[in-house]
Design a protein around this ligand. Structure first.
Ligand SMILES: C[S@@+](CC[C@H](N)C(=O)[O-])C[C@H]1O[C@@H](n2cnc3c(N)ncnc32)[C@H](O)[C@@H]1O
Length: 195
């Protein structure tokens, strides 16, 4: 009886909370089919919609349910390591299995689009794997807006700071429901006058 009461109280509490880590799992098994959890937050989605003109091109590392949401307004290219997700969502997939802990660079090099406006780093799965983006930054168009998800994790937090130094860019950090994301925006001192 006490346990039943506890479950009712917990459910009422979670249903009032903006971030409910259990509901997406309960509703969808282990599949992510909503913002938050393993998918980008609604705040990150809204940020992109507010700051990137419709019709632009996004290159994302790690595809998922949010790919479909973004594809309503943008052209998507998705670097994806897991064969089972290839062609699941409305994106142009670049299948790159993991090699030495990051995407196989030979698969990326050959298939990257010529032009893209925003890079969204949300893969591969696991926090340490994403640092491969730093080691292979020369593969990418670094003039694009760069967004790194999961900045509440120490590795991603460190990664965006290293990247900002490397590229001489400013960092903006935003809170989403239950997690943070970072944006590398304008080039530092771009408009400064050299005396
Ligand atoms: C953090 S998720 C990427 C999420 C994606 N950027 C989004 O916001 O929806 C990282 C990996 O999870 C896997 N994945 C893709 N779709 C999924 C789904 N519906 N459920 C669970 N995992 C998924 C893929 O291998 C993907 O690279």
């Amino acid at each position: 009886m006490k346990i039943q009461k506890l479950i009712i109280v917990l459910n009422v509490f979670l249903s009032m909370s903006t971030y409910n880590p259990i509901m997406p799992i309960m509703q969808n098994g282990l599949k992510l089919e909503s913002f938050g959890d393993s998918s980008i937050s609604k705040e990150l989605y809204d940020y992109i919609l507010a700051n990137l003109p419709k019709g632009s091109t996004i290159l994302e590392l790690g595809s998922g349910w949010a790919t479909d949401q973004l594809a309503k307004y943008y052209t998507l290219y998705s670097i994806e390591h897991d064969k089972k997700w290839i062609n699941t969502y409305a994106s142009n997939y670049i299948y790159a299995p993991l090699k030495n802990g990051w995407y196989d660079t030979s698969c990326i090099e050959e298939n990257l689009p010529k032009q893209y406006d925003l890079i969204l780093v949300d893969g591969p799965v696991g926090s340490t794997a994403r640092k491969g983006f730093l080691d292979n930054i020369f593969l990418f168009n670094t003039d694009a807006i760069i967004i790194i998800d999961d900045l509440d994790r120490p590795n991603e937090f460190e990664m965006i700071h290293i990247l900002a130094e490397m590229l001489d860019r400013e960092i903006e950090i935003y809170s989403g429901a239950g997690k943070k994301f970072g944006v590398l925006t304008k080039i530092k001192n771009k408009d400064a006058i050299n005396l």
